[in-house]
Design a protein around this ligand. Sequence first.
Ligand code: NAD
Length: 362
Amino acid sequence: MKNKNLIAVLPGDGIGPEVMKEALKVLNFVNNHYHLNIETKVSEVGGQAIDLYGEALPDKTLELCQKSKAILFGSVGGSKWDKLPPEKRPERASLLFLRKHFNLFANLRPCKVLKDLSPLKEERIQNGVDLMCVRELTGGLYFGEKGKKFNKHGEKGAFDTLNYFEKEVQRIATLAFKLARKRKKKVTSIDKANVLTSMVLWRETVKKVSKNFEDVSLEHIYVDNMSMQLMLNPSPYDVLLCPNSFGDILSDQCAGLSGSLGLLPSASLGENNFGLYEPAGGIAPDLVGKNKANPLAQIHSLSLLLRYSFENDKAASLIEKAIDKVLEKGIRTRDLFTSKTQTLVGTKEMGDEVVKEMEKLC
Ligand code: NAD
């Protein structure tokens, strides 16, 4: 049975445990402040679990996830386990398995851009960039029929199929419009309807869904143009609604815009508010055990968890405002440090600063 107050905490490998510790500090603060009664249980995942139990997602970890309201995930992987067969390796056997097992059909990646970090010239981002990339995660090109074949001359070939059903598009589009309603009320739907039949269906279905959201504006854009606009003029965009494969690429382009992996959270959502929340980055092998990793992506992932799985906008906004304040003050971990006028801090100190700002904001 589900415990509606339980979060499964899976720190994983590399910097996972270090940044997770800071996120749990932040959770402890909001839990006490808002009397949320949230419980957490920690379990092993990834390489750490392979060493202890012989598999990346032991039964006890999966059972914990099953009875929880949400999963707060760190990161998994590492060269130690690279020689295992692909299906046994930490990422495939734990993270990808969980996405599939819980039918997490939507991936959300918010992306705000700090002027001193973005690779774009200041004049291109002076009006601010605040995007929410909404990627369909369980359909499309990555899940269509695939195979190898030979033509009549005996030449070897291979194929993948891009296939969408109306229901899959309706589900992700509805989520995108609901999110836009709480933001700048604008959805940009990305497709390639000029060449791909499945994308004509995508466009028609998104249009139909938009009729239920007349307060939200909708525009359609071809993926190649969107990719260019993100470099030339990203400010006017709000929610980007993407098919799986296009979203995979554009969400990393958004990550590039923001300048550091250490800042980017993500949420993978299923039905009934269940979700898996994790930083966009990996185990950062170069930073492990050095108190140098940026914990903000993990802390921001926690705020997404509170917003989408616990529907607690207040607690989520408090965390997000505190993160913004810390960055505005020029407090930076190494990955964000661009000028001597800023204050360089470690992983633990960054977590403490976020808690301090939350105390001030309350
Ligand atoms: P990575 O994200 O671990 O590192 C890429 C770069 O980003 C490094 O320079 C790293 O220091 C930096 N970085 C990442 N997170 C950071 C943070 N929080 N603060 C500061 N800097 C940060 O990606 P990689 O090097 O391609 O992969 C290393 C390992 O991580 C591989 O074993 C890979 O399989 C695994 N990985 C796991 C996940 C996941 O668990 N979701 C995602 C990506 C990679």
